[in-house]
Design a protein around this ligand. Structure first.
Ligand code: G6P
Length: 610
């Protein structure tokens, strides 16, 4: 949660770079924002509540310049969303922006109040500004003062500081929250995440826990917390800058829905041989998982739903039992782990605190660890022994779409890999499964042509106040995901249910005010049963939206209100297709309701609190 940026270089560029960077980080939080600029040796601070737009309007009234500056977009944890709680926080000539939570802030605050510092906000971050000021007296240089301060801080943080004590520098440090430095020509950048700097430069250093970076116009120096030199590699990022633009789409969500065929193609590229049925994942040399006898998938939200589908894939193809765990619950129940367990942490952002903590628990319990994530060098990517990256590109819309389908693809390829390792499938079967995956981008493209039809459907259904999503077998987690999408972006109450469970409770809710979305690709396994569920809904006058890969029989057409026909494919891959109409439905309903699609109320894309 929260995004931070920093810049030092061309004084005419500073304000633009900071606001532009914050725009690209707004997915991390959007209830208030602020910047601090160093001008004529003194920091100037501008803050605003609400969307970044408000800050931009405020700043537009004052033409500003500054050699350097820092900025912040906030998702409130300590203190509500008021201007006084917005960052940067100030102590004398020092300004601080922070992403994370300071755990020992109460003790530090009491001590600083005793020393005479005055607090103006309810945040934990203000402690950092005063603590740095209190450490900077005497003989210590500003940089040493910052290091001294952070030796005393407990919790998680990515922090950027500017001060009149060193008016040509931005100082940054991190622990458990992400922070990157990007190097340009006589200018240097700082940000929580790559998209913020993508239009300006590609050379990125991923700071590690305990690193302290000092940026001036011409150099970046990285040390540890004691001032000892630290060497970090510069990595070149090859994401296309248009990936962080809307490119004519009205919202990132709809753009990202339409990017799915490409995202899936990018995620499969170079990872298999169609001829030999082999799967290639970096770091998998020497068959590290040949002895595992159980898998635990740890995840939250949409990634949790992807994991539920991953369970079907792995158990069907590789016959290894998979337990799927809500990450926030996992660590509180003393899980049974051993070295034959493979724990897979699944996270788009690679930063979700619940998933990260669950991963640590699994590791401490002796399990082997693997992560599936979309963000290069993210915390979860680094904390697991191995990582498989999804190559979805930056996902900006808060409601996850292309990250979900690429996670599903990774689970599928992993299933084929494990199927071979565990000798459950032969080379020919593996090659056949791979061929099915190769067809996916085209099938997804065909499904996306339903966009207009679903827009029409949304007009018919957007005024309903409740929705039920039902699926069986591998489509049952798809029902969860469809319901979650609708809740997130349209604020309509929706529930996903295993269709067979409907008769054990939810059936009581069904009447003519309850649309029911039945997800029923014809799998030859559960299809007949779901047709039975359809009749149960019909008998109670529920409105039915029927999603199927079958050419719907005539007699059925009369029993349902709307049919959405999706292309048929391998049963295990059907969720990558069937979820697309559900994403589109949620999107179009949200647009009709006029909600903030890309930044729905109360949510944040990256949740770094437990
Ligand atoms: C937040 C987002 C969800 C996301 C979940 C897990 O709650 O709003 O869209 O599914 O976090 O995120 P992760 O980055 O771990 O996949």
């Amino acid at each position: 949660m929260c995004g931070i940026v920093g810049y030092v270089g061309d004084r005419k560029k500073t304000v633009g770079v900071l606001l532009d960077g914050l725009t690209r980080l707004e997915y991390r939080g959007y209830d208030s924002s602020g910047i601090a600029l160093m001008d004529d040796g003194r920091p100037r601070v501008f803050k605003s509540t609400g969307k970044l737009e408000n800050l931009k309007k405020k700043i537009a009234k004052h033409p500003l310049e500054g050699l350097l500056g820092i900025g912040h977009t906030r998702w409130a944890t300590h203190g509500d969303s008021t201007e006084k709680n917005a960052h940067p926080h100030v102590s004398a000539g020092t300004s601080v922006v922070h992403n994370g939570i300071i755990e020992n802030y109460s003790e530090l605050k009491e001590e600083l109040i005793r020393k005479g510092f005055k607090f103006y906000s309810d945040t934990d971050t203000e402690v950092l500004a005063h603590l740095i000021e209190s450490c900077c007296g005497g003989d210590l240089s500003f940089e040493d003062g910052v290091r001294e301060a952070f030796r005393r801080v407990e919790g998680s943080y990515a922090v950027a500081v500017i001060s009149d004590r060193a008016p040509d520098k931005v100082i940054a440090t991190r622990r458990f929250s992400p922070l990157i430095v990007a190097t340009g020509d006589h200018e240097n950048y700082l940000a929580s995440d790559v998209p913020a700097i993508l239009p300006y430069c590609r050379n990125v250093i991923f700071l590690e826990d305990g690193d302290v970076a000092v940026l001036d116009k011409n150099s970046v120096t990285i040390t540890d917390i004691d001032g000892g030199p630290v060497k970090r590699d510069v990595q070149t990022i090859n994401w296309d800058p248009v990936s962080v633009e809307k490119c004519g789409y009205r919202h990132f969500m709809i753009k990202e829905i339409h990017e799915q065929p490409q995202a899936v193609l990018d995620t499969m590229r170079g990872r298999f041989s169609e001829e030999t049925g082999e799967i290639f994942f970096e770091g998998f040399e020497g068959s590290p998982y040949k002895d595992i006898n159980r898998i635990m998938a740890l995840a939250c939200g949409t990634s949790y739903h992807a994991s539920l589908i991953g369970k079907y894939m792995i158990e069907t193809i590789a016959r290894v039992p998979v337990q799927v765990e809500i990450a926030s619950e996992f660590r509180y129940r003393n899980p049974i782990l051993d070295k034959q367990t493979l724990a897979i942490a699944v996270s788009q952002s690679g930063e979700t605190a619940d998933t990260s903590e669950a991963l640590h628990e699994a590791r401490a319990g002796g399990a082997k660890t693997l992560s599936i994530t979309n963000v290069l060098m993210s915390k979860i990517a680094r904390d697991a022994e191995r990582v498989i990256y999804t190559h979805a590109g930056p996902e900006i819309g808060v409601a996850s779409t292309k990250a979900f389908t690429t996670q599903l693809l990774v689970f599928y390829l992993l299933s084929v890999y494990l199927g071979r390792v565990k000798k459950q499938i032969d080379r020919e079967k593996a090659a056949e499964l791979i061929r099915d995956a190769i067809r996916l981008p085209q099938l997804m493209q065909m499904t996306l042509r339903l966009d207009d039809e679903i827009k029409d459907l949304a007009k018919e259904f957007f005024h309903y106040r409740n929705f039920l999503y039902l699926g069986r077998g591998i489509s049952y987690p798809v029902a969860f995901e469809g319901a979650l999408k609708l809740k997130e972006v349209s604020y309509i109450h929706a529930e996903g249910y295993a269709a067979g469970e409907m008769k054990h409770g939810p059936i009581a809710l069904i009447d003519d005010e309850m649309p029911v979305v039945l997800i029923a690709p014809n799998d030859g396994i559960t299809y007949r049963k779901i047709l039975g569920n359809l009749q149960e809904v019909r008998a109670r006058r529920g409105k039915i939206i029927f999603l199927t890969s079958d050419t719907t029989p005539e007699e059925l057409r009369g029993s349902v209100d709307r049919v959405i026909e999706i292309p048929a494919c391998n049963y295990l891959l059907s969720p990558l297709i069937s979820v697309i109409p559900l994403q589109l439905l949620a999107y179009h309903i949200a647009v009709l309701k006029g909600t903030d699609v890309d930044q729905p109320r109360n949510l944040a894309k990256v949740v770094t609190v437990e």
